[in-house]
Design a protein. Structure first.
Length: 319
């Protein structure tokens, strides 16, 4: 486990909010020089607290829906497990992978144009790995909201705009330049406009204008860091909520609760065996019990059941 100080936490917080900020701006926000900020970023990367910088794409804007697939290993070796995750990681339509301890061992999310498209890919994967994976559970992702890691700076989010994905499926058009930019920047959000223009062989003004339009059209929802809280003494837990009598007002209240809770980093509305998934980052399992009690108390007329599971690691990637 790595020890991090107050400046490290502020830096992690700020770069998670906007991974495209330069070290000069980041330094001013956390009270460090540009050189000191650059050094800290390098150290956090070396310590594997930060493993990369991603562009947050709302693929619902271009006609895709997310499908979460949860499963268990059966009789796998460490080498087989590593091989399976590597293969899933290279799949064109898988954008999220997670490792669990408990009811599930592994999860991945597939983006698909429709249920038939999803079923084709899911059938292919489940058949291919039927000797090492079992007990598949599918949850259709209606809407996903990502929240700031407010616990790093001991504050609660009130009015910050949060990245949102899914909900209403649209059909925004992407031209060739848009596609080139997205391909280069999705897994390297800190690429400068100048470097990006070199890589796609387009003028900086063209790249800048297209990037601004992708943001304005909300195809790009933001830029974030791949932060692994386990590397500095925290642990992730994922909750699965079954609800009843969920009106629009109650759903809005639940999302609002998640936004103002400093330890919640994701809330996902789903269709399937459960209705919501919530991801916490906290320091102890005992604290998780207190959080679940508070959640049940706040939504006693809505929440029917809550299951929790240890989330060892998870990350987003786009191919």
């Amino acid at each position: 486990m790595n020890k991090i100080d107050v400046k490290d936490k502020k830096l992690l917080y700020e770069i998670d909010l906007n991974a495209r900020l330069g070290t000069s701006i980041l330094g001013r926000r956390i009270g460090l020089s540009q050189e000191g900020t650059f050094y800290r970023l390098q150290r956090l990367e070396k310590q594997k607290i930060i493993s990369g910088y991603m562009t947050l794409l709302n693929f619902g804007k271009i006609g895709y829906t997310g499908y979460g697939v949860y499963t268990r290993f059966q009789n796998v070796t460490h080498e087989q497990k590593k091989h399976i995750i590597e293969k899933l990681n290279s799949h064109d339509h898988i954008y999220w992978i997670a490792e669990f301890g408990g009811k599930f061992d592994l999860a991945f999310a597939i983006m698909a144009k429709n249920i038939i498209h999803f079923n084709e890919m899911f059938s292919d994967l489940s058949t291919k790995y039927n000797d090492v994976l079992k007990d598949f559970t599918v949850a259709i992702r209606i809407e996903l909201v990502q929240y700031p890691r407010d616990y790093l700076v001991n504050q609660k989010s009130i009015s910050k705009k949060t990245p949102r994905f899914g909900k209403y499926i649209e059909s925004e058009e992407l031209d060739n330049t848009d596609k080139l930019i997205i391909r280069k920047i999705t897994d390297n959000a800190r690429l400068s406009i100048l470097e990006l223009s070199k890589r796609i062989n387009k003028p900086t003004s063209t790249v800048s204008n297209h990037l601004k339009q992708l943001e304005k059209r909300e195809i790009i929802q933001g830029y974030s860091a791949q932060i692994h809280c386990q590397e500095f003494g925290y642990q992730s837990y994922q909750l699965f909520l079954n609800t009843k009598n969920l009106t629009k007002e109650k759903k809005k209240k639940l999302f609002s609760y998640c936004q103002t809770h400093p330890n919640i980093i994701f809330c996902i509305e789903t269709v399937g065996k459960w209705n919501f998934e919530i991801i916490y980052e906290i320091q102890s399992q005992k604290y998780l019990q207190d959080l679940i009690i508070d959640l049940r108390t706040q939504f006693s007329d809505t929440i029917v059941d809550v299951e929790s599971i240890v989330l060892f690691d998870h990350y987003v990637k786009y191919n």
